[in-house]
Design a protein around this ligand. Structure first.
Ligand code: F6R
Length: 615
């Protein structure tokens, strides 16, 4: 949520910053702005709407060239998406510029205080107060990093701040509390950004900033302190993907590219998980075996698509380990006073590793003594940093706002984790674990086969572009798949889409069914619990009898569904618990195509942003 870039070096700051913002636009696209230090002063430009509007503005009214600059792409919180509310915000003398991601909770009091001291604030944002406070502090201490430390000590809430001052023209300063900020270390140049994709074209050396730290960047140096000015410990790391991974690579959208990358993402997440002795080794899981053996409850916290991965993980964890598992929306978790103790294992699932709801849930869990294990896709992000252990998914950068490949890899990681728990606790034999790992290793090919047969799904999606509602039904692990299918359609096609447990239909939702209503049904394998399969076949008949147009996703060879399917989508036969890995893919393709047919931009759906760093 909000993308931030800072640059100091030998190149044109404007070029570097705008290129970085392009890579970060998935974080918010309500407005964009830049500021550069040049000719002893500070020049800024900002525009409501997507980055392209700012780029036009920069052509119409070019800024002077300079080699120190900052930029921002916004997802609006305080104040609507207008030019005035766009970042950067400046002080009244126009010497300081600041960009911000997060929410400053005490901004109203700060505004009042600044107004009393004669400052004029021009926007409705919380951020503008910081520009004015920085200007005041700088005038007494004459150093931007020190001014930033003094200001940060006065702020409540979540913030990443990056600022420049015309009177210290060779420095960019950043600060971070509860929102992401990464340093890119180059040669004779350094970068700050919300995530590494903004500077990956220039350097793959990164430094992860910790909580409550201030960083000062010059061309040749990076200095990190805490808010009191004491030197801080930081972790340097090498980014293991390159700029091409964050390009569309010939696809019409990042979403299409990321859907196509799923077989590889699944394979990469499985890589190196079995040791020479044939045992599952999850190297990053640093919670001692004794603690895992003694855990008497697993609680999964996550949001959105990651929450759906958690719902599916519950089936695997309970089945393979016999430990009770609860799955909870992270945004609800800490407010209901959950019962947690040292014997609770909390699993926090997050692609970005920055989702504030999930972060707050895991902090709450740790305060209660629970151990937290993160399943995360983003190296160096906050959620793994603050967890006791982490299992990384290796999906590579996910740029499209709607999550696809991250979801499949979250499932793989959760299956591995469930098996690992089974291994440590002795509820699974080695050969049982191997059998599942072998099945998982085949899934990449199955996903590939699904992708090769998607043309009829795309044609169907296009034919439904004028519908208002689509329902999704599933049972067992197919139920979260139905929820995920509905979420994808809502966020991309802006349609009314709902997922239901098929057994619940008769308890109310069946009243929604009317003539020609498209209903997607995810059918469990007939080879698994056949009773479940038989029941869903009955459910399909019930809705069809009431006029529904049935779109049935069923395993190859499942002939029982054929008479009741208006449209039949075949998926390869998989073991029951693993079916979501293949059943979800047609739903992703369906949503992407339908949204495109409706003229929507699939990578940047309205009102949304990736990496939700506000609660
Ligand atoms: C939906 C989607 C969101 C995210 C959710 C959690 O397509 O992308 O629902 O899944 O915001 O994000 P992470 O996984 O980054 O915590």
């Amino acid at each position: 949520m909000c993308g931030i870039v800072g640059y100091v070096g030998g190149q044109s700051a404007l070029d570097v910053v705008v290129a970085g913002l392009k890579r970060l636009e998935y974080r918010g696209y309500d407005s964009a702005g830049v500021a550069v230090l040049a000719d002893g002063g500070l020049a800024a430009a900002k525009k409501a709407g997507k980055l392209v509007n700012l780029e036009k503005e920069l052509v119409d009214r070019p800024l002077p060239g300079g080699s120190v600059g900052i930029g921002h792409t916004r997802w609006a919180t305080h104040g609507g998406p207008t030019d005035a509310n766009a970042h950067p915000h400046l002080d009244n003398a126009g010497r300081v510029a600041v960009v911000h991601n997060g929410i400053i909770e005490n901004f109203a009091a700060l505004r009042e205080e600044l107004a009393e001291r004669g400052h004029t604030l021009l926007s409705e944002t919380d951020t503008e107060t910081v520009a004015h406070l920085l200007a005041e502090e700088f005038s007494s201490v004459g150093d931007l990093a020190e001014a930033m430390r003094l200001v940060c000590r006065r702020l409540d809430g979540a913030f990443t701040l990056v600022a420049v001052h015309a009177d210290q023209p060779d420095v960019v300063v950043g600060a971070r509390r509860n929102s992401p900020l990464v340093v890119g270390v180059g040669e004779g140049e350094n970068f700050l950004a919300s995530d590494v994709s903004a500077f990956i074209a220039h350097t793959r050396s990164a430094i992860e900033l910790g909580q409550d730290q201030v960083v000062e960047l010059t061309r040749d140096g990076v200095t990190v302190t805490d808010f009191d000015g004491a030197p801080a410990d930081v972790r340097a790391y090498h980014v293991d993907w390159d700029a091409s991974a964050a390009e569309k690579g010939g696809y019409a959208s990042f979403m299409l590219k990321e859907i196509a990358e799923q077989p590889k993402a699944v394979a990469d997440t499985l890589l190196g998980r079995i040791d020479g002795a044939g045992r599952l080794t999850l190297d990053e899981v640093r919670i001692p075996g004794a603690v895992l053996r003694e855990a008497d409850k697993v609680v999964i916290v996550a949001c959105g698509t990651a929450f759906h991965a958690g719902l599916i993980a519950k089936y695997a964890i309970e089945h393979w380990t016999r430990i009770p598992c609860e799955v909870e929306l992270a945004s609800e978790f800490r407010y209901r006073d959950p019962i947690l103790d040292q014997r609770t294992l909390v699993i926090a699932i997050s692609q970005s590793g920055e989702t504030m709801d999930t972060l707050m849930a895991l902090r709450h869990a740790r305060e209660q003594g629970a151990k937290v294990l993160a399943v995360c896709n983003t190296n160096g992000s906050t959620i793994p940093r603050e967890s006791d252990a982490v299992l990384y998914t290796h999906a590579g950068p996910e740029v499209a706002v709607a999550s696809t490949k991250a979801f499949l890899t979250q499932l793989v990681a959760c299956y591995l984790l469930a098996l690992y728990l089974g291994q440590v606790r002795g509820t699974q034999w080695g050969d049982e674990i191997h059998a599942v790992v072998r099945d998982l290793a085949r899934i990449g090919d199955d996903v590939e086969r699904v992708l090769e047969t998607m043309e009829p799904v795309r044609a169907l999606a296009r034919s439904l572009a004028d519908k208002d509602t689509v329902l999704f039904l599933g049972r067992h692990v197919g139920y979260p798949v139905a929820l995920e299918g509905a979420l994808k359609l809502k966020e991309l096609a802006y349609m009314h889409a709902e997922g239901f447990a098929a057994g619940e239909l008769k308890h109310g939702p069946i009243a929604l069914v009317e003539e020609d209503l498209p209903v997607v049904v995810v059918v469990p394998s007939p080879r698994g619990r056949s009773v479940l399969h038989d029941k869903i076949v009955s459910n399909i008949q019930e809705i069809r009898a009431r006029g529904a147009r049935t779109i049935v996703i069923a395993e190859e060879g499942d002939d029982a569904v054929v008479p009741y399917a208006d449209h039949l989508v075949r998926i390869p036969a998989t073991p029951t618990l693993l079916q979501p890995l293949v059943a979800t893919v047609p739903l992703q393709v369906f949503a992407c195509e339908l949204a495109t047919a409706r003229g929507n931009e699939v990578d940047q759906p309205r009102n949304l942003a990736k990496s939700v760093t506000v609660e």
